[in-house]
Design a protein around this ligand. Structure first.
Ligand code: DSN
Length: 414
Protein backbone atom coordinates (compact mmCIF):
# COMPACT_ATOMS: atom_id res chain seq x y z
CA UNK A 1 0.00 0.00 0.00
CA UNK A 2 1.32 3.48 -0.77
CA UNK A 3 1.85 6.09 1.91
CA UNK A 4 -0.86 8.14 0.22
CA UNK A 5 -3.41 5.36 0.83
CA UNK A 6 -2.12 4.33 4.25
CA UNK A 7 -1.66 7.72 5.91
CA UNK A 8 -3.05 10.60 3.95
CA UNK A 9 -2.43 13.05 6.78
CA UNK A 10 1.35 12.55 6.81
CA UNK A 11 1.43 12.14 3.01
CA UNK A 12 -0.27 15.50 2.52
CA UNK A 13 1.95 17.29 5.00
CA UNK A 14 5.07 15.84 3.40
CA UNK A 15 3.90 17.11 0.04
CA UNK A 16 3.16 20.50 1.54
CA UNK A 17 6.73 20.62 2.82
CA UNK A 18 8.02 19.54 -0.60
CA UNK A 19 6.09 22.43 -2.15
CA UNK A 20 7.47 24.85 0.46
CA UNK A 21 11.02 23.72 -0.21
CA UNK A 22 10.59 23.91 -3.99
CA UNK A 23 8.70 27.19 -4.25
CA UNK A 24 10.60 29.19 -1.65
CA UNK A 25 14.23 30.19 -1.48
CA UNK A 26 16.13 28.31 1.19
CA UNK A 27 18.81 30.50 2.69
CA UNK A 28 19.31 28.96 6.13
CA UNK A 29 23.08 28.51 6.13
CA UNK A 30 22.93 25.04 7.69
CA UNK A 31 20.31 23.58 5.34
CA UNK A 32 20.72 22.02 1.94
CA UNK A 33 19.08 19.74 -0.63
CA UNK A 34 20.34 16.19 -0.51
CA UNK A 35 20.44 13.89 -3.53
CA UNK A 36 17.47 11.67 -4.48
CA UNK A 37 19.94 8.74 -4.37
CA UNK A 38 20.73 9.56 -0.75
CA UNK A 39 17.02 9.63 0.07
CA UNK A 40 16.46 6.38 -1.82
CA UNK A 41 18.82 4.40 0.37
CA UNK A 42 17.72 6.25 3.50
CA UNK A 43 14.17 5.08 2.84
CA UNK A 44 15.28 1.48 2.25
CA UNK A 45 15.02 -1.85 4.09
CA UNK A 46 18.37 -1.11 5.74
CA UNK A 47 16.33 0.59 8.44
CA UNK A 48 15.29 -2.89 9.63
CA UNK A 49 18.74 -4.06 10.69
CA UNK A 50 20.19 -3.92 14.17
CA UNK A 51 23.99 -3.85 14.10
CA UNK A 52 25.28 -2.79 17.51
CA UNK A 53 29.05 -2.78 17.47
CA UNK A 54 31.37 -2.18 14.53
CA UNK A 55 32.06 -4.09 11.28
CA UNK A 56 33.09 -7.69 12.08
CA UNK A 57 32.52 -7.09 15.81
CA UNK A 58 28.73 -7.00 16.11
CA UNK A 59 26.38 -8.16 18.82
CA UNK A 60 23.80 -9.41 16.29
CA UNK A 61 23.77 -12.02 13.56
CA UNK A 62 23.05 -11.25 9.93
CA UNK A 63 25.36 -8.24 9.75
CA UNK A 64 27.47 -9.44 6.79
CA UNK A 65 25.88 -7.02 4.35
CA UNK A 66 25.67 -3.99 6.60
CA UNK A 67 29.30 -4.60 7.60
CA UNK A 68 30.25 -4.09 3.97
CA UNK A 69 28.15 -0.95 3.78
CA UNK A 70 29.65 0.55 6.93
CA UNK A 71 33.15 -0.28 5.72
CA UNK A 72 32.47 1.54 2.43
CA UNK A 73 31.21 4.58 4.34
CA UNK A 74 34.30 4.54 6.59
CA UNK A 75 36.75 4.18 3.70
CA UNK A 76 35.09 6.95 1.68
CA UNK A 77 35.00 9.23 4.71
CA UNK A 78 38.72 8.66 5.38
CA UNK A 79 39.56 9.32 1.73
CA UNK A 80 37.46 12.47 1.72
CA UNK A 81 39.02 13.99 4.82
CA UNK A 82 42.47 12.46 4.16
CA UNK A 83 42.68 10.86 7.57
CA UNK A 84 43.32 7.42 9.09
CA UNK A 85 40.18 6.94 11.15
CA UNK A 86 36.48 7.65 10.78
CA UNK A 87 33.46 6.76 12.87
CA UNK A 88 30.33 7.11 10.75
CA UNK A 89 27.82 6.10 13.44
CA UNK A 90 26.92 9.36 15.25
CA UNK A 91 23.26 10.11 14.69
CA UNK A 92 23.89 13.85 14.63
CA UNK A 93 26.55 16.51 14.99
CA UNK A 94 25.56 16.99 18.62
CA UNK A 95 26.00 13.30 19.35
CA UNK A 96 29.33 13.30 17.53
CA UNK A 97 30.49 16.11 19.81
CA UNK A 98 29.12 14.39 22.89
CA UNK A 99 31.11 11.32 21.83
CA UNK A 100 34.33 13.31 21.44
CA UNK A 101 33.98 14.77 24.93
CA UNK A 102 33.11 11.39 26.43
CA UNK A 103 36.20 9.91 24.76
CA UNK A 104 38.70 12.54 25.83
CA UNK A 105 37.37 14.08 29.04
CA UNK A 106 36.19 13.24 32.52
CA UNK A 107 33.21 15.01 34.10
CA UNK A 108 34.35 18.35 35.52
CA UNK A 109 37.25 18.76 33.06
CA UNK A 110 37.64 22.21 31.55
CA UNK A 111 36.77 22.93 27.93
CA UNK A 112 37.21 26.17 26.01
CA UNK A 113 34.88 26.86 23.10
CA UNK A 114 33.38 29.68 21.10
CA UNK A 115 30.59 31.58 22.82
CA UNK A 116 27.17 30.64 21.44
CA UNK A 117 26.17 34.29 21.16
CA UNK A 118 29.35 34.99 19.14
CA UNK A 119 28.68 32.26 16.58
CA UNK A 120 29.63 29.12 18.51
CA UNK A 121 27.39 26.09 18.97
CA UNK A 122 25.33 24.80 21.89
CA UNK A 123 27.57 21.75 22.15
CA UNK A 124 30.71 23.88 22.52
CA UNK A 125 30.06 24.32 26.24
CA UNK A 126 26.82 26.33 26.42
CA UNK A 127 25.50 26.05 29.96
CA UNK A 128 22.11 24.76 28.79
CA UNK A 129 23.73 21.87 26.91
CA UNK A 130 25.21 18.72 28.45
CA UNK A 131 28.61 20.02 27.26
CA UNK A 132 28.25 22.89 29.73
CA UNK A 133 26.71 20.82 32.49
CA UNK A 134 29.07 17.83 32.53
CA UNK A 135 32.24 19.81 31.83
CA UNK A 136 33.41 23.17 33.17
CA UNK A 137 33.11 25.40 30.13
CA UNK A 138 34.86 28.65 29.28
CA UNK A 139 34.53 30.79 26.18
CA UNK A 140 36.31 32.93 23.66
CA UNK A 141 34.41 35.10 21.22
CA UNK A 142 34.83 37.52 18.36
CA UNK A 143 35.85 41.14 18.51
CA UNK A 144 33.50 43.93 17.47
CA UNK A 145 34.96 43.55 13.97
CA UNK A 146 33.40 40.08 13.90
CA UNK A 147 36.70 38.19 13.83
CA UNK A 148 38.34 35.81 16.28
CA UNK A 149 41.28 37.51 17.97
CA UNK A 150 43.74 34.62 18.33
CA UNK A 151 45.87 36.50 20.83
CA UNK A 152 42.84 36.78 23.10
CA UNK A 153 42.10 33.08 22.65
CA UNK A 154 45.70 32.44 23.70
CA UNK A 155 45.37 34.66 26.80
CA UNK A 156 42.14 32.95 27.86
CA UNK A 157 43.60 29.50 27.23
CA UNK A 158 46.61 30.31 29.41
CA UNK A 159 44.35 31.48 32.24
CA UNK A 160 41.80 28.64 31.98
CA UNK A 161 44.20 25.80 31.08
CA UNK A 162 41.47 23.69 29.44
CA UNK A 163 41.88 20.01 28.71
CA UNK A 164 40.25 20.54 25.33
CA UNK A 165 39.79 23.50 23.00
CA UNK A 166 36.90 23.41 20.53
CA UNK A 167 37.14 25.43 17.35
CA UNK A 168 34.44 25.71 14.73
CA UNK A 169 31.28 27.76 14.56
CA UNK A 170 27.70 28.04 13.38
CA UNK A 171 27.70 31.70 12.43
CA UNK A 172 31.23 32.76 11.58
CA UNK A 173 31.88 34.04 8.07
CA UNK A 174 35.69 33.89 8.10
CA UNK A 175 38.24 31.11 7.66
CA UNK A 176 39.22 29.38 10.86
CA UNK A 177 42.96 29.28 11.50
CA UNK A 178 43.36 25.70 12.69
CA UNK A 179 47.17 25.96 12.82
CA UNK A 180 46.93 28.89 15.20
CA UNK A 181 44.44 27.03 17.39
CA UNK A 182 46.80 24.05 17.55
CA UNK A 183 49.70 26.27 18.56
CA UNK A 184 47.58 27.56 21.44
CA UNK A 185 46.37 24.07 22.38
CA UNK A 186 49.98 22.82 22.49
CA UNK A 187 51.06 25.72 24.69
CA UNK A 188 48.51 24.73 27.34
CA UNK A 189 48.60 20.97 26.79
CA UNK A 190 45.03 20.74 25.48
CA UNK A 191 43.44 18.56 22.83
CA UNK A 192 42.34 20.50 19.77
CA UNK A 193 38.89 19.49 18.60
CA UNK A 194 37.61 21.01 15.32
CA UNK A 195 33.87 20.91 14.73
CA UNK A 196 33.64 21.61 11.00
CA UNK A 197 29.90 20.90 10.63
CA UNK A 198 29.28 24.12 8.74
CA UNK A 199 32.30 24.16 6.47
CA UNK A 200 33.00 20.46 5.81
CA UNK A 201 31.74 20.60 2.22
CA UNK A 202 34.13 23.46 1.52
CA UNK A 203 37.05 21.81 3.33
CA UNK A 204 36.86 18.60 1.29
CA UNK A 205 36.78 20.62 -1.93
CA UNK A 206 39.83 22.66 -0.95
CA UNK A 207 37.72 25.79 -0.51
CA UNK A 208 38.55 26.19 3.19
CA UNK A 209 41.80 25.39 5.06
CA UNK A 210 41.95 21.83 6.36
CA UNK A 211 41.65 21.04 10.09
CA UNK A 212 44.14 18.17 9.61
CA UNK A 213 46.96 17.83 10.54
CA UNK A 214 46.29 20.44 13.23
CA UNK A 215 43.29 19.03 15.09
CA UNK A 216 43.57 15.90 17.24
CA UNK A 217 39.97 15.11 16.42
CA UNK A 218 37.43 16.48 13.94
CA UNK A 219 33.64 16.18 13.88
CA UNK A 220 31.06 17.17 11.32
CA UNK A 221 27.48 16.77 10.30
CA UNK A 222 26.86 15.22 6.90
CA UNK A 223 23.83 17.26 5.83
CA UNK A 224 24.96 20.90 5.79
CA UNK A 225 27.52 21.90 3.17
CA UNK A 226 28.19 18.18 2.54
CA UNK A 227 24.63 17.64 1.20
CA UNK A 228 24.38 14.08 2.51
CA UNK A 229 21.80 12.62 4.91
CA UNK A 230 21.21 14.06 8.37
CA UNK A 231 23.90 12.69 10.65
CA UNK A 232 27.31 13.04 12.25
CA UNK A 233 30.87 11.75 11.77
CA UNK A 234 34.13 11.85 13.73
CA UNK A 235 37.63 11.66 12.27
CA UNK A 236 41.16 11.46 13.67
CA UNK A 237 44.72 10.45 12.83
CA UNK A 238 45.55 9.30 16.33
CA UNK A 239 45.16 5.59 17.00
CA UNK A 240 44.59 5.94 20.74
CA UNK A 241 41.98 8.66 20.25
CA UNK A 242 40.30 6.53 17.58
CA UNK A 243 39.86 3.62 20.00
CA UNK A 244 38.42 5.92 22.63
CA UNK A 245 36.03 7.52 20.12
CA UNK A 246 34.68 4.14 19.02
CA UNK A 247 33.97 3.09 22.61
CA UNK A 248 32.47 6.47 23.44
CA UNK A 249 29.98 6.30 20.55
CA UNK A 250 29.10 2.62 21.07
CA UNK A 251 28.42 1.50 23.74
CA UNK A 252 29.09 4.89 25.38
CA UNK A 253 26.27 7.08 24.12
CA UNK A 254 24.51 5.23 21.29
CA UNK A 255 22.98 1.84 20.72
CA UNK A 256 22.20 0.36 17.32
CA UNK A 257 23.58 2.49 14.49
CA UNK A 258 21.15 3.71 11.82
CA UNK A 259 22.35 1.51 8.96
CA UNK A 260 20.08 3.17 6.38
CA UNK A 261 21.65 6.52 7.28
CA UNK A 262 25.18 5.09 7.23
CA UNK A 263 24.49 3.76 3.72
CA UNK A 264 23.18 7.20 2.78
CA UNK A 265 26.35 8.78 4.20
CA UNK A 266 28.36 6.46 1.92
CA UNK A 267 26.34 7.62 -1.10
CA UNK A 268 26.80 11.26 -0.09
CA UNK A 269 30.56 10.77 0.30
CA UNK A 270 30.71 9.32 -3.23
CA UNK A 271 29.26 12.60 -4.48
CA UNK A 272 31.67 14.61 -2.27
CA UNK A 273 34.59 12.71 -3.80
CA UNK A 274 33.60 13.60 -7.37
CA UNK A 275 34.98 16.38 -9.55
CA UNK A 276 31.45 17.80 -9.71
CA UNK A 277 31.66 18.41 -5.98
CA UNK A 278 34.59 20.80 -6.35
CA UNK A 279 32.57 22.87 -8.82
CA UNK A 280 29.60 22.99 -6.44
CA UNK A 281 31.70 24.05 -3.43
CA UNK A 282 33.47 26.76 -5.41
CA UNK A 283 30.12 28.07 -6.57
CA UNK A 284 28.78 28.13 -2.98
CA UNK A 285 31.59 30.50 -2.02
CA UNK A 286 31.33 32.57 -5.14
CA UNK A 287 27.58 33.01 -4.56
CA UNK A 288 28.24 34.05 -0.96
CA UNK A 289 30.72 36.66 -2.22
CA UNK A 290 28.08 38.12 -4.55
CA UNK A 291 25.48 38.11 -1.79
CA UNK A 292 27.87 39.94 0.53
CA UNK A 293 28.89 42.50 -2.07
CA UNK A 294 25.36 43.43 -3.10
CA UNK A 295 24.17 43.73 0.50
CA UNK A 296 27.13 45.95 1.38
CA UNK A 297 26.65 48.02 -1.79
CA UNK A 298 23.07 48.48 -0.64
CA UNK A 299 24.45 49.87 2.66
CA UNK A 300 23.82 46.87 4.87
CA UNK A 301 26.42 46.11 7.50
CA UNK A 302 27.87 42.61 7.49
CA UNK A 303 29.66 41.27 10.52
CA UNK A 304 33.38 41.15 9.55
CA UNK A 305 32.50 43.15 6.42
CA UNK A 306 32.22 40.17 4.13
CA UNK A 307 32.69 36.43 3.99
CA UNK A 308 35.25 33.72 3.27
CA UNK A 309 32.81 30.83 3.33
CA UNK A 310 29.17 29.92 2.62
CA UNK A 311 27.39 32.41 4.86
CA UNK A 312 26.97 36.06 5.65
CA UNK A 313 25.91 37.56 8.95
CA UNK A 314 23.97 40.81 8.59
CA UNK A 315 23.96 43.23 11.50
CA UNK A 316 21.03 45.55 12.17
CA UNK A 317 22.60 47.24 15.19
CA UNK A 318 22.46 50.46 13.16
CA UNK A 319 18.81 49.95 12.12
CA UNK A 320 15.50 50.42 13.85
CA UNK A 321 14.37 46.87 13.12
CA UNK A 322 15.53 43.58 14.60
CA UNK A 323 16.71 40.23 13.27
CA UNK A 324 13.28 38.86 14.09
CA UNK A 325 11.56 41.61 12.05
CA UNK A 326 13.86 40.88 9.10
CA UNK A 327 13.33 37.12 9.43
CA UNK A 328 9.55 37.62 9.28
CA UNK A 329 9.65 40.08 6.37
CA UNK A 330 11.87 37.78 4.29
CA UNK A 331 9.76 34.78 5.30
CA UNK A 332 6.67 36.59 3.98
CA UNK A 333 8.54 36.95 0.71
CA UNK A 334 9.37 33.24 0.48
CA UNK A 335 13.00 33.56 1.61
CA UNK A 336 13.77 31.30 4.58
CA UNK A 337 16.55 32.57 6.87
CA UNK A 338 17.23 32.71 10.58
CA UNK A 339 17.68 35.55 13.01
CA UNK A 340 21.04 35.55 14.78
CA UNK A 341 22.85 37.40 17.52
CA UNK A 342 25.74 39.63 16.45
CA UNK A 343 28.86 40.96 18.21
CA UNK A 344 27.85 43.81 20.55
CA UNK A 345 24.28 42.42 20.66
CA UNK A 346 21.74 44.61 22.46
CA UNK A 347 18.60 42.52 21.96
CA UNK A 348 17.52 39.18 23.42
CA UNK A 349 18.39 35.92 21.60
CA UNK A 350 14.71 35.63 20.65
CA UNK A 351 14.74 39.03 18.94
CA UNK A 352 18.41 39.59 17.96
CA UNK A 353 20.02 42.25 15.78
CA UNK A 354 21.24 39.98 13.06
CA UNK A 355 20.36 37.62 10.29
CA UNK A 356 22.33 34.62 9.05
CA UNK A 357 22.06 33.82 5.35
CA UNK A 358 23.75 31.00 3.46
CA UNK A 359 24.17 29.98 -0.16
CA UNK A 360 24.57 26.14 -0.06
CA UNK A 361 20.92 25.28 -0.82
CA UNK A 362 20.41 27.86 -3.57
CA UNK A 363 23.68 26.74 -5.15
CA UNK A 364 22.42 23.14 -5.07
CA UNK A 365 19.45 24.36 -7.12
CA UNK A 366 21.80 25.76 -9.73
CA UNK A 367 21.81 29.43 -8.72
CA UNK A 368 24.89 31.26 -9.92
CA UNK A 369 26.21 34.80 -9.52
CA UNK A 370 23.48 36.33 -11.71
CA UNK A 371 20.63 34.84 -9.68
CA UNK A 372 22.36 35.64 -6.39
CA UNK A 373 22.56 39.26 -7.43
CA UNK A 374 18.82 39.29 -8.10
CA UNK A 375 18.03 37.61 -4.78
CA UNK A 376 20.38 39.88 -2.81
CA UNK A 377 18.77 42.96 -4.32
CA UNK A 378 15.30 41.65 -3.45
CA UNK A 379 16.50 41.09 0.12
CA UNK A 380 17.71 44.69 0.30
CA UNK A 381 14.43 45.95 -1.26
CA UNK A 382 12.41 44.08 1.37
CA UNK A 383 14.54 45.31 4.27
CA UNK A 384 14.62 48.90 2.96
CA UNK A 385 10.83 48.99 3.29
CA UNK A 386 10.38 46.37 5.99
CA UNK A 387 6.74 47.07 6.80
CA UNK A 388 5.58 47.02 3.20
CA UNK A 389 3.53 43.82 3.12
CA UNK A 390 2.40 44.41 -0.48
CA UNK A 391 5.99 44.57 -1.64
CA UNK A 392 6.69 41.32 0.21
CA UNK A 393 3.79 39.64 -1.62
CA UNK A 394 4.93 41.01 -4.96
CA UNK A 395 8.51 39.81 -4.45
CA UNK A 396 7.27 36.42 -3.28
CA UNK A 397 5.52 35.92 -6.62
CA UNK A 398 8.60 36.99 -8.58
CA UNK A 399 10.81 34.65 -6.56
CA UNK A 400 8.43 31.76 -7.15
CA UNK A 401 8.89 32.28 -10.87
CA UNK A 402 12.67 32.39 -10.40
CA UNK A 403 12.59 29.23 -8.25
CA UNK A 404 10.46 27.41 -10.83
CA UNK A 405 13.34 27.73 -13.30
CA UNK A 406 15.62 25.86 -10.91
CA UNK A 407 13.91 22.57 -10.19
CA UNK A 408 15.62 20.82 -7.32
CA UNK A 409 13.62 17.61 -7.36
CA UNK A 410 12.55 16.52 -10.85
CA UNK A 411 9.31 14.97 -9.74
CA UNK A 412 7.32 14.83 -6.56
CA UNK A 413 9.06 12.30 -4.36
CA UNK A 414 5.89 10.82 -3.02
N1 DSN B 1 21.43 23.96 13.85
C1 DSN B 1 22.69 24.14 13.21
C2 DSN B 1 22.82 25.48 12.56
O1 DSN B 1 21.81 26.00 12.13
O2 DSN B 1 23.91 26.02 12.46
C3 DSN B 1 23.78 23.86 14.13
O3 DSN B 1 23.56 22.64 14.75
Amino acid sequence: MSLECFDQEVFNLTNQELKRQCEGLEMIASENFTLPEVMEVMGSILTNKYAEGYPNKRYYGGCEVVDEIENIAIERCKKLFKCNFANVQPNSGSQANQGVYAALLNPGDKILGMDLSHGGHLTHGAKVSSSGKIYESFFYGVELDGRINYEKVREIAHIVKPKLIVCGASAYARFIDFAKFREIADEVGAYLFADIAHIAGLVVAGEHPDPFPHAHVVSSTTHKTLRGPRGGIIMSNDEEIAKKINSAIFPGIQGGPLMHVIAAKAVGFKFNLSEEWKIYAKQVRSNAQVLAKVLMDRKYKLVSDGTDNHLVLMSFLDRDFSGKDADIALGNSGITVNKNTVPGEIRSPFITSGLRLGTPALTARGFKEKEMEIVANYIADILDDINNVNLQKEIKQKLQVLASNFIIYEKAMF
